[in-house]
Design a protein around this ligand. Sequence first.
Ligand code: FAD
Length: 200
Amino acid sequence: AVDLPESRPLPAAPAKLPPGMILDKDGKPYALFRTSACRACNSKASFSQWTQQTKFSLKSGVGAATGATAAAAAAAAATATATTRNPSEAANDCPPDVEALGRSTWTLLHTIAANYPKTPSYTEQSDLKTFMGVFSRLYPCWVCAEDFQRYVEKDQIRVDSRNEFGMWLCKAHNAVNTKLGKPVFDCSKWEERWRTGWKD
Ligand code: FAD
C-alpha cells in the first residue's frame, strides 16, 4: 500500500495503480490524477500496465483533466505508445526499470569490491565509506534506497580489506535477494563470480 499525503485527494479510479506499483516519492513529474509512478522503482511490465491504464482513461474521458495535468497525461500516454510500438527497440533505449537498474548497480558495486585493495590505505577506506553513504542516499529507486539505508544502519559497512568489503556486500545483496524471494548467493564464491572467474 502507498501512503499519499493527506493534502492530496485519492486519485480517480482510472489512475488506480497495479498491485505493488511504487509511486514517485515527491509525486513528480506532477502528473495525471496527481500520482506518478517511479520508473526506477517498478518493473517495465508494471510501469507499462500503468501507462496503458492512463492512456485508456484519457481516451474514455474518465477522470478528464485540464491544463498541466492534461499535458502530463498526454506525456504518459506517449510513453505508453513508445513502449508498445517497437518492443525490441524500447527494451534497449528506454530508461531502466528497477531490475535493469539493480543488475547494473550490483555489477558496479561488486566490481568495486573486486578491485578494492587487499590492504587499503586510510584514504581508500574513507573514500569507500563516503561513496557507499552517498550511494545509499542517492540510489534512484527510493524504496530500495530506504531499505538499504536501514540495512547499513544494522550491519555497518566493512572497508578494512577487499575480502571484508566483498563479503559484506554479498550479504547486503543477499538481504535484498531474500526480500525479493530470490535464491541466496553462496558468499564464499563472491570472488569467483566477480574477480577471478569460476573455477573449472
Ligand atoms: P541481481 O540481484 O541484480 O544480481 C545480479 C547478479 O549478481 C546475479 O546474476 C548473480 O550472478 C550475482 N549475485 C546475486 N546475488 C549475489 C550476492 N549476494 N553476492 C554477489 N553476487 C550476487 N529491487 C526491488 O524490486 N526492490 C528492492 O527493494 C530493491 N532494492 C535494491 C537495493 C539495492 C542497493 C540494489 C543495488 C538493487 C535493489 N533492487 C531492488 C534490485 C534487485 O536487487 C535486482 O537487481 C533486480 O531484481 C534484478 O535481479 P536479478 O535477478 O537480475 O539479479
